[in-house]
Design a protein around this ligand. Structure first.
Ligand code: SF4
Ligand code: SF4
Length: 123
């Protein structure tokens, strides 16, 4: 069970095994990734910068996000394994994914979070 200062809920990582990846699928969104994170991920996948960008990235303003693909009635992150229903790059996923569900936004949108994530427990 993980908890974080400033949040009145904790998060059970084990829930991800039975969830099916709700936070990686659904409505369209952005999965922002930093230059440093990209460098490490490129090394892991053994792809050069151009090849990686063409395959996996989209530009959103001044930031880079992972692309999405059509999935069920909505979308999935391009790194979501649609058969195993988990993250193909789990060890190398960006900070946005690592810090979920402890996002400032959810402090004031708890109902939304409860619908999204079955791993939430109140303290
Ligand atoms: S929505 Fe919650 S339980 Fe489901 S995969 Fe994401 S973090 Fe895990
Ligand atoms: S990088 Fe992994 S954890 Fe993050 S949205 Fe994509 S599939 Fe999900």
């Amino acid at each position: 069970m993980i908890s974080k200062e400033g949040f009145d809920f904790s998060f059970d990582e084990k829930a991800c095994e039975k969830c099916g990846g709700k936070c990686c699928t659904g409505e369209s969104g952005n999965i922002f990734v930093s230059k440093e994170e990209l460098k490490i991920l490129r090394q892991y996948l053994g792809l050069d910068e151009q090849e990686f960008a063409l395959k996996f990235l989209k530009k959103v303003g001044f930031k880079m996000s992972f692309k999405e693909v059509k999935f069920e009635d909505g979308y999935a992150c391009i790194f979501f394994d649609q058969v195993k229903r988990n993250c193909k790059i789990y060890e190398y996923r960006p900070s946005q994914c690592r810090t979920f569900p402890f996002w400032k936004y959810y402090k004031n949108h708890k109902e939304e979070l409860e619908k999204e994530c079955i791993g939430i427990c109140y303290l």
